[in-house]
Design a protein around this ligand. Structure first.
Ligand code: PLP
Length: 463
């Protein structure tokens, strides 16, 4: 596996093997509901619609490239997570997947909490009116200013990531005359990606405090000695785009093991454990993610069993899905500029965006699908690579896809499942203007994050 492919958990760490697509899909016009958001369909003219609006109209009104976010789908996913975990657990949406003030309000209305991992994300959450006690602050190197703002505002928890940070947060809380609720992030020695996980003693990564060698137990000792910190629980986040629950099982067992050690040494049972996020979504029709209620049952069974074995009361569980909530809710709409056939190889289809609006393909070899959405076609399949307009040969949006052979300039293509880690990781490379995010619901479309302008670019350039 290539190193660069690890962190966001692509389906395949390496490039797709030659001939991966042995056969094109039977129907190039089909929009597989496993991959597209809930309200996506085709109308009588063959154009794809979302929230009842044809993409042709959306392109006219909002331009391309643009992200279209299905608000009903987003809210339905929030509710599914919230209801699945019921009153017994807390769901924290991981804001880094995609955050805007509108999204924060939806989360608030649907009863979810919010994870932030920077001052900017915290500012957005607060600006949209998320109550501070429903916010958790993460990060492996939070600045003093970030910590101070969080403590001052009264965030529900700060997740401590290092020995230095224990002292730093304690000091700031003391200075402000506050007692801050905290969790300690531990690394449990589980690296989980997609269908596999690796259980080791140590994890070679920058986050958290190792459970191995008694490091985490030492962190607990130090936190318990500090009056300005209230230790609420232990936190573990094992990876991304995970389908297999076995990694969570090992993680929960090790975290519960630590809770038992803490009880034995300090005579106190910590009330919370957080098992992190990382639940996978369908980027292609081959992916088969679990539903929130299955995940909730599975996590709750694991924790209940491990606690029974250790003779502990079951702590309050929290989870932090980001991708699993917002990922499937949006697609990116592009216009085809050029179609270049390399005979005997494939056809390169250039669209009006690229690695500036979706870096995941270049960064992680992530797999996406793509469809012609401005019309249907009866033409045969053409093996294609959808590329952007940036000055980089690695500027690939979809590495291998079958598109109709009559594809032409001006056609609209859409890439589904781009709600997570696309706009939030978007860049201005080549001075690209970052695309807008348009929320669509019940026949109405509204910009929740506008397109950047050349003025925006020049405003930062002080000359
Ligand atoms: C990134 C992250 C998440 C969310 O991951 P997803 O794959 O989007 O579910 C949750 N918790 C922590 C601590 C993270 O860093």
């Amino acid at each position: 596996m290539s190193r660069s492919a690890h962190p966001a958990g692509p389906r395949h760490a390496d490039v797709l093997p030659e001939g991966h697509y042995t056969a094109p899909p039977t129907d190039l016009n089909e929009l597989d509901p496993r991959v597209w958001s809930r309200t996506v369909a085709r109308d009588a003219d063959g154009a794809a619609t979302v929230g009842g609006i044809p993409v042709t109209r959306l392109a006219e009104e909002f331009g391309t490239p643009a992200y279209f976010l299905d608000e009903d789908d987003f809210r339905a996913r929030c509710r599914a997570w919230h209801d699945a975990f019921g009153g017994e657990a807390d769901v924290f949406y991981a804001g880094k997947a995609f955050l805007s003030r509108a999204v924060v309000r939806w989360l608030y209305e649907e009863g979810l909490n919010l994870d932030v991992c920077s001052g900017g994300e915290l500012a957005t959450a607060l600006a949209a009116g998320m109550p501070a006690e429903r916010i958790a602050l993460h990060g492996n190197n939070k600045s003093e200013a970030e910590i101070e703002r969080a403590v001052r505002e009264g965030v529900g928890r700060i997740v401590l990531d290092s020995f230095q940070e224990i002292v730093r947060v304690a000091h700031i809380a003391e200075k402000l005359g506050k007692r801050q609720r905290v969790q300690i992030r531990v690394t449990v020695g589980v690296e989980a990606h997609t269908h596999e996980f690796i259980a080791t003693a140590h994890e070679d990564q920058k986050f958290g405090i190792a459970l191995a060698d008694g490091q985490a137990a030492e962190a607990v000792r130090r936190v318990l000695k500090l009056d300005s910190l209230e230790l609420a629980g232990i936190h573990s986040h094992i990876g991304s785009q995970i389908f297999d629950m076995a990694g969570f099982e090992v993680s929960a067992r090790r975290v519960v093991g630590l809770l038992a050690e803490i009880r034995d040494e300090h005579g106190t049972e910590l009330p919370e454990i957080d098992l992190g996020g990382g639940l996978g979504i369908a980027y292609t029709s081959e992916d088969d993610p679990r539903e929130p209620h299955e995940i909730a049952k599975s996590l709750s069974d694991i924790v209940t069993r491990e606690c029974a074995a250790a003779g502990l009361a079951v702590p309050r569980i929290s989870v932090e899905p980001g991708r699993a909530i917002v990922g499937p809710t949006a697609f990116t709409l592009y216009e085809v500029g050029t179609v270049k056939e390399l005979s005997g190889l494939r056809t390169y289809v250039s669209v009006d965006g690229g690695m500036s609006d979706n870096i995941r393909t270049a960064l992680y070899d992530a797999e996406y699908t793509v469809a012609l959405v401005s019309r249907t076609s009866t033409a045969g399949p053409m093996l294609s690579r959808v590329v952007g307009k940036h000055c980089e040969s690695g500027d690939i949006v979809v590495r291998d896809a079958f598109l109709p052979a009559d594809l032409a300039t001006g056609d609209l293509l859409a890439v589904p499942a781009t709600g997570a880690y696309c706009r939030s990781m978007a860049s201005n490379y080549n001075h690209a203007l970052r695309p807008p995010v348009v929320a669509v619901k019940d026949g109405e479309a509204r910009v929740i994050m506008r397109r950047e302008t050349e003025e925006d670019l020049l405003r930062l350039d002080v000359g």
